[in-house]
Design a protein around this ligand. Sequence first.
Ligand SMILES: *[C@@H]1O[C@H](CO)[C@@H](O)[C@H](O)[C@H]1NC(C)=O
Ligand SMILES: *[C@@H]1O[C@H](CO)[C@@H](O)[C@H](O)[C@H]1NC(C)=O
Ligand SMILES: *[C@@H]1O[C@H](CO)[C@@H](O)[C@H](O)[C@H]1NC(C)=O
Ligand SMILES: *[C@@H]1O[C@H](CO)[C@@H](O)[C@H](O)[C@H]1NC(C)=O
Length: 351
Amino acid sequence: NFEALYTYFDVGAIPLLQQGVGCAITLSQMQIACLLANAFYCTFPHRNNSKPGTEYCNYPTINFSSLFADRAPTTTEKLRAIFHYFKTVTDEDTKPRGLVTFERCFIQDRKLPPWTTQTMTFTKLHATSEGTIEKDGRGMLQVDFACNMVGGGVLGHGLVQEEILFLIHPELIVARLFTEKLNDNECLKITGVQQYSLYSGYSRNFEWVGPYQDNTSRDEWKRLHRQIVAIDALNLKRTEDQYTERNIKRELNKVTIATGNWGCGAFHGESKLKALIQMMAAAAAGRDMVFFTFGDRKLEKDLMKLHQNLTEQKSTVGKIYETLKSYCLIKRGHDPQLDLFKFLDVPSSSL
Ligand SMILES: *[C@@H]1O[C@H](CO)[C@@H](O)[C@H](O)[C@H]1NC(C)=O
Ligand SMILES: *[C@@H]1O[C@H](CO)[C@@H](O)[C@H](O)[C@H]1NC(C)=O
Ligand SMILES: *[C@@H]1O[C@H](CO)[C@@H](O)[C@H](O)[C@H]1NC(C)=O
Ligand SMILES: *[C@@H]1O[C@H](CO)[C@@H](O)[C@H](O)[C@H]1NC(C)=O
């Protein structure tokens, strides 16, 4: 049935979303299906090499060859999700009829907020240990805890939050074709992707469960009301590296909302620090936030307490930024065990 997809493409070259350029690409869902069918058959001839210095070394891999070479049981589950996607888009009754927009957003250095002087106070927070971003974050801007090469290991070994997001919404994978590696002041915003599959588990326990019928409504551009923002967390080689002003600022400058333990798994981030950073960025942006702790009830309670304390004391983002600076100095100086919430004088909850 793949032949049918080729008729959806008679336009010129697809532009690239390059570093330092705010630019958007809108494709129909069927055009995306056509591009992904090409990726499946590895027909992008210039994408055969990712070595430094080669033409597309700053872009993620796009052809699917690595998936076919891998015999791991989880790869079979990945392929189930992908085959189900192709089955849906090649069936006349179920083929999707909308559009999807991919937008590279960036902020110039001189426009970055001066964090020390931010006078805004904290916005609303709801922390929960139950539920998932894709299910319970519906209608919110959802965060993809991305790799700087969007999609991370979706066509390879990776199978955590970002890869799962890409597998249940395979239209996201096409971003790898044209999205250059994200810089520190950039993110990728995707509007309108469809969910095709249900899954269970995480990482080695990931399983494709079955079809998902996505009934989300569409906007005036025929895009599904679903918005995902890919922000890449610092990939920390040493956990102590996160406790510097430079790195805290870098993370603050990345966008926020409907989020969770961003960059805390494979990227070695500390969840409390990342949570506070995200609360600060949300406050600066004037947005409320829902924070999913993925089953961690203690973190849920601690965050709600911290938030209550910050709001009651009318703490400002600038003040907390200064406090974090001192915290980093002590933590990296003479007290590497110093707990962030203890330093902030928030009573830790007992469970
Ligand atoms: C990769 O593809 C390009 C364009 O088709 C070709 O010129 C080049 O020789 C190929 N390189 C390798 C390593 O296959
Ligand atoms: C597909 O991509 C991989 C990784 O970039 C590369 O090694 C391989 O040669 C490519 N295959 C084709 C057919 O382009
Ligand atoms: C979407 O709508 C169909 C038909 O009304 C229904 O059978 C299905 O359960 C709905 N899917 C979800 C996820 O609600
Ligand atoms: C908030 O923290 C301050 C110390 O920073 C403490 O004096 C105060 O009692 C706390 N308030 C609440 C409601 O926990």
